[in-house]
Ligand binder design. Sequence first.
Ligand code: COA
Ligand code: MG
Length: 301
Amino acid sequence: MSSDQQSALLPHRRLRSAVLFMPGDDLHKIQTGASLGVDSVVMDLEDGVALNRKAAARNVVCEALQTIDFGPTERLIRLNTSVSGLEHDDLFQTVSAHPDGYVLPKVESAEAIRSVSHWLAQIEERHNWEVGAIRLLAVVETARGIMNLNEIAAADGRLRALIFGAEDLAGDIGATRSKEGWEIFYGRSAVVLAARAHDLQAIDTVYVAFNDDDGLREDARRALQMGYDGKLAIHPRQVPIIHDAFTPNAEEIAHARALMQIFEEHQRNGTGAFEFYGKMVDMPMLRAAQRILQRAGFSSQ
Ligand code: COA
Ligand code: MG
């Protein structure tokens, strides 16, 4: 397949393999997060911040955005929920520091996204910023959210990714978390399916035992197998493990490239399905190979 055809099939997307959270009231952690070369950081105003620190956190997040060089790292802020009574002030008191986007927690309807998008449009117009440029990512982590995934995923053009939240979902449905994770399997699978159906990225839940590197590696591998594009991190030591899990190695890249090349040759010769390293190859395998190259950052070449 020619590079032109490749880029036509795979519009360039920002990679979000590791998305690191930090409490929005902790400038030191934000500074650390900005220095790690992580794809995205999320400065949290929601559950990572105590109720009596919400106002302080908004100020710290603004200061961070105005004073810290994040390099190419995407700068996101997580708002409180639409029913908290805090969301409006979270947004209006931080937006002038111009983050790249906002993360919305416990999203249960399209309206929860559209109302924020509407505010953002007014703000962008007022500042003479490009309208629609501030991105949204939605965390789906309640039973209602899972049941309404289809409308949530289709809600708004600003939406870039669905994020799965296992701990909140387990709490909401009364499940007990287990190592195997069957109690959250339906939700975890539903989120990635909804994301794919609406051409969004899917980002997997936090792995809370942040000193358990082997457990995280296994959990990230499972998320990748399920189709996820990346995973949340809550501690710097999780970042390289997640990054490695979602970044194809040289052998995988070489294999994907070879497969695409031989696919193109077979297409020219009028053959749709053929054998490659003992396996049948046809269109689905080509798409899998394209996804590997996309994850490796080659999508726009
Ligand atoms: N982002 C950036 N830096 C972080 C970090 C994070 N999420 N978590 C820890 N660090 C830094 C610490 O500040 C410390 O830096 P220092 O050595 O310069 O002082 C270093 O990494 C080691 O931290 P450690 O002592 O192992 O962890 P801790 O006890 O300070 O913090 C947590 C543990 C869980 C409280 C912390 O990792 C954290 O705040 N995570 C994010 C929580 C969050 O945002 N939750 C909401 C979303 S789910
Ligand atoms: Mg949550």
